[in-house]
Every structure is written in structure tokens, then in C-alpha cells.
Design a protein around this ligand. Structure first.
Ligand SMILES: [Mg+2]
Length: 251
């Protein structure tokens, strides 16, 4: 694969694009990303919080990696952090305490209305978590093992039911399917497309000079929304394909 000119910014989804759900990237991926960062700026966008992006990606990179070329967009692009000796916040679309409460109440109602979550069964950690700019509902709990999560909603039906219920209950907010068991709620208009536009604006990079890589670019997946910005996209099935893609790009 040869892209000419080489993208000035490559944005990656995290879960199941760079790493298996909530796991750190492996050493091979870390080395490939560090090589890519020699060539261009690299962004990571994910429904997870900053801590998760640091742990899953930044902390895994080799010491020679040029961290100033790494851009972290946690909470579905609701915030951006860049590195200058430490992670510094460039923007954050925070939810107020009142908004968080309204979202949490709506989640409770949606769970009851849809009946898709068995709340009588203990969860793996909290089911609802507020991450400043985002409230996340994880049907099995935040710490549920991947083996359980992948069996919960393989056809995305339960998540669609929850999403539809929440869209009705929460006009004025953005309700997105997050990971394999989760729903993410942010301010309206805050999603991965917003994240793409913010990078373009803040660093004066034309969207036409950017590239997005993700595993959920079709069928209502959580990367699909970026297409509305006109950004070039590359779909992968998982981390192995992403490694291959970057390696070919750099060849
Ligand atoms: Mg993904």
C-alpha cells in the first residue's frame, strides 16, 4: 500500500484495532507505532478514560518513542491530551453534575424498560461509570472478562435496544454503542467525528490529509460516524491486520 502524500495524522480506534478489548497493546504493536510516530502524528480515540489510554498504549511504547507526536482522545473524543513532559489537557467537553445525574437516572429507566440486563446477577465492578465528559454503562460491569463480554450481545441487539431507549429519554445528548457490552453518553455532537474535526482545527491539518483506522467502520459500529467528516478510512478486523497495514504503509 502506498498513500501519496503520506497522511499528516493517523487516528486509530483502540479496542480491537490496536489491542484486544481493554488489554495493553503488545510489544510488536508498540514498536510498530513508535516507528509510525517517526513518520507522522498518531492519535488514539476511544470510549475509555485517559488513564486507560495511558495504560493501554502510552505506557507500552518503547523509550525512544517521540511522545510529542502522540495525541490521546479519551471519552469518544470529548477530550484531548498531548504530551509535554506530562499529559496536558487541550480541551474537554465536560458534563455538569446535574447532567451526569440525569444520564444515570435515564440509564436506570432504560435498563428497566428494556429488560436486557439481568441486574439480579452481581456485576464485575460498577455498571455505570462517570468519566467527566462521558457516562458509560457496561452491562456486565466495568471489569467483566472478555470471555463473558463477547457472549453477551454478539448480534448487537441488546445494545441497540438500550441505545434506542436512551435516545428517547435523553434528547440533547449523544448516545453511542461503546464496546461489546457498553453504551456511552456524551454531550450532543460529541463523538469520534467531533474528535476528528477538533484535531483538524487545533493543528490546522486538512481532514483530507488525515486517515482513520478502526474495526467498527460499518453497520452502525462505533467508528462509522467519522465518515461524515469525509476522512479517509481503513477498516481492520483486529490488531494483527492493523500491524500489517502500518507495516505496509511504512514500507
Ligand atoms: Mg473498536
Amino acid at each position: 500500500m502506498f498513500l501519496n502524500p503520506f497522511p499528516q495524522f493517523i487516528m486509530f480506534d483502540l479496542d480491537n484495532t490496536l489491542a484486544v478489548s481493554k488489554q495493553p497493546i503488545d510489544a510488536e504493536m508498540a514498536s510498530i507505532l513508535a516507528n509510525l510516530m517517526r513518520r507522522t502524528r498518531v492519535g488514539i480515540i476511544s470510549g475509555g478514560g485517559l488513564e486507560q489510554l495511558e495504560k493501554q498504549v502510552a505506557a507500552q511504547l518503547p523509550p525512544h518513542a517521540d511522545m510529542q507526536r502522540l495525541y490521546l482522545q479519551p471519552t469518544s473524543g470529548a477530550a484531548l491530551y498531548t504530551f509535554d513532559g506530562m499529559w496536558k489537557k487541550k480541551y474537554e467537553e465536560s458534563l455538569s453534575d446535574d447532567e451526569v445525574r440525569r444520564i444515570e437516572d435515564a440509564i436506570e429507566t432504560a435498563v428497566q424498560e428494556t429488560g436486557v440486563v439481568d441486574t439480579a446477577t452481581p456485576s464485575y465492578g460498577e455498571r455505570t461509570e462517570s468519566r467527566g465528559a462521558e457516562v458509560v454503562f457496561s452491562a456486565l460491569g466495568q471489569q467483566a472478562p472478555w470471555e463473558k463480554k463477547k457472549l453477551w450481545d454478539p448480534e448487537m441487539k441488546k445494545r441497540h435496544l438500550l441505545q434506542d431507549a436512551l435516545i428517547h429519554l435523553l434528547p440533547g445528548f449523544e448516545v453511542k454503542i461503546g464496546g461489546s457490552t457498553s453504551i456511552d453518553v456524551t454531550k450532543r455532537g460529541v463523538n469520534k467525528a467531533f474528535g476528528v474535526r477538533k484535531i483538524s482545527e487545533l493543528f490546522d491539518i486538512a481532514i483530507g490529509d488525515m486517515l482513520y483506522v478502526g474495526d467498527q467502520l460499518s453497520n452502525g459500529g462505533n467508528d462509522e460516524v467519522v465518515k461524515e467528516t469525509g476522512i479517509a478510512t481503513h477498516a481492520v478486523s483486529g490488531p494483527d491486520e492493523t500491524k500489517q497495514f502500518i507495516t505496509n504503509l511504512l514500507a
